[in-house]
Design a protein around this ligand. Structure first.
Ligand code: FES
Length: 133
């Protein structure tokens, strides 16, 4: 099976290897972000975020963003747009694979995996992530 022009690499497959998505580009545009209207979001997995400075573990449900979970737990994170556009909520990632859904980081920054936008980005495959919070 060959790859068509709409295929693109996705980081962090089950074994941490790159793989290719065969979904057409418009499918990405339909993928809902936290806060999107019901019916517009793709099924996403819940996961835990470990805060290295306090050792706290915060659960992120399927229907909430990392930022929403952090704020609900009383963790202060500056934010503004809540749509992955402004970079205000940028948070250092200490470990874990991130499904970057923002429009702020460059491709190189996403590949490095050192920062994430918790208002829209999530953990890959429901695995835990550790943040510098
Ligand atoms: S609040 Fe703007 S990128 Fe997260």
């Amino acid at each position: 099976m060959g790859l068509d022009a709409g295929s693109r690499p996705i980081r962090g497959g089950p074994q941490g290897n790159s793989r290719y998505s065969l979904r057409p580009p418009q499918r990405d545009r339909e993928r809902g972000l936290p806060g999107a209207a019901p019916g517009c979001r793709e099924l996403v997995e819940a996961f835990d975020v470990v805060l290295c400075r306090t050792g706290r573990t915060i659960h992120v449900a399927q229907d909430e963003s990392v930022l929403e979970a952090l704020l609900a737990a009383g963790v202060r994170v500056d934010s503004m747009c809540h749509n992955g556009l402004c970079g205000t909520c940028q948070t250092r990632v200490l470990s874990g694979d991130i499904d970057h859904r923002d429009s702020f980081l460059s491709d190189e920054e996403r590949a490095a995996g050192r920062f994430m936008m918790p208002c829209v980005s999530r953990a890959v495959g429901g695995a835990d992530i550790v943040l510098d919070l």
